[in-house]
Ligand binder design. Structure first.
Ligand SMILES: C[S@@+](CC[C@H](N)C(=O)[O-])C[C@H]1O[C@@H](n2cnc3c(N)ncnc32)[C@H](O)[C@@H]1O
Length: 284
């Protein structure tokens, strides 16, 4: 006998609660809506509809994986960022809401610049590069990542949002893919891995068990990539006019010092909604 939407939701809610999830009913609803390709209103309107055997089995699978910590975004393959839907896979970090501050800051800085050239290092899902290309329609973007699988997700997202032809994706370590190119960039934007290695084990299992280590591990003190991003700028044929870097809690001071050491004097810090200094902006 089939199971109705209301009964499937009730069973999933019990299972998710027993697994310790904070909002079990909400999660149960979101998972079922995504599984059915419907919105939440559909679940409320058709509470007694009987799920097909395939939908019921698929839903049970997702609920069980969610109970083990697999992030919702990887299960349904999607995450919204800057109001745009992005495909995500376990090859790339799930874009975070605080990273929207980084994008907004770059858009504001570029308001008076025509045809800016943007360099993003560590593009992951491409959320930052694609959102910037959408929001700054005369910009050209170069986006790099050391992970080829992540770049392929990013390229798909660029195509999905109609900006593929304005973004060049390059695979390799930091600035290495740019070595043979004589490009000059208006801005370097990056949200590099910044979790200190010793803190990785303390992350929730949703993160440590599923998101790529290469997107998280910032070395012994979390600052490894900021040292490299600022210290290796001479590898670029021309220094970017400004830098926009997302930072972890408590890192803004050290990263500001690194920016000044690289010749960027006008340094500003932006706080996220939690009051944490989250973005370092620096002008040459
Ligand atoms: C914190 S994630 C940011 C992803 C995306 N930009 C975002 O904000 O959601 C850092 C990204 O840097 C990439 N990365 C790590 N080491 C790298 C390196 N040496 N060179 C280039 N990219 C690197 C990772 O693969 C990952 O995609």
């Amino acid at each position: 006998m089939g199971i109705a939407i209301s009964a499937a939701l009730a069973a999933a809610t019990r299972q998710l609660r027993a697994a310790g999830l904070a909002e079990p009913r909400r999660e149960a609803e979101l998972l079922l809506a995504a599984r059915l390709g419907r919105n939440l209103a559909y679940l409320y309107a058709y509470r007694e509809e009987i799920l097909s055997a395939e939908a019921a089995a698929g839903y049970r699978d997702w609920v069980s994986r969610r109970c083990h910590g697999e992030p919702y975004a990887y299960l349904c393959g999607e995450r919204e960022f800057m109001g745009l839907p992005f495909s995500v896979t376990p090859a790339c970090l799930i874009p975070r809401p605080e990273t929207e501050l980084l994008v907004e800051a770059v858009v504001a800085e570029l308001a008076a610049v025509s045809a800016p050239e943007i360099l993003e290092v560590g593009t992951g899902s491409g959320a930052v590069a694609v959102a910037l290309a959408v929001l700054v329609p005369d910009a050209r973007v170069t986006a790099t990542d050391i992970s080829a699988p992540a770049l392929s997700v990013a390229a798909g997202n660029a195509a999905r949002h109609g900006v593929r032809e304005r973004i060049t994706f390059l695979s390799g370590d930091l600035y290495a893919p740019l070595a043979a190119r004589n490009s000059s960039f208006t801005v370097l934007v990056s949200n590099p891995p910044y979790i200190p290695s010793g803190e990785l084990a303390k992350l929730s299992r949703d993160i440590s068990g599923y998101e790529p280590l290469a997107a998280l591990d910032g070395g012994a003190d979390g600052l490894h990539y900021y040292r490299r991003l600022t210290g290796e700028l001479p590898a670029l044929s021309c220094k970017p006019a400004f830098l926009a870097l997302e930072v972890g809690k408590g890192q803004a001071g050290a990263v500001s010092t690194l920016c000044r050491g690289a010749g960027y004097e006008d340094v500003r810090l932006l706080r996220d909604l939690a009051g944490i200094e989250r973005v370092v902006l620096a002008r040459a």
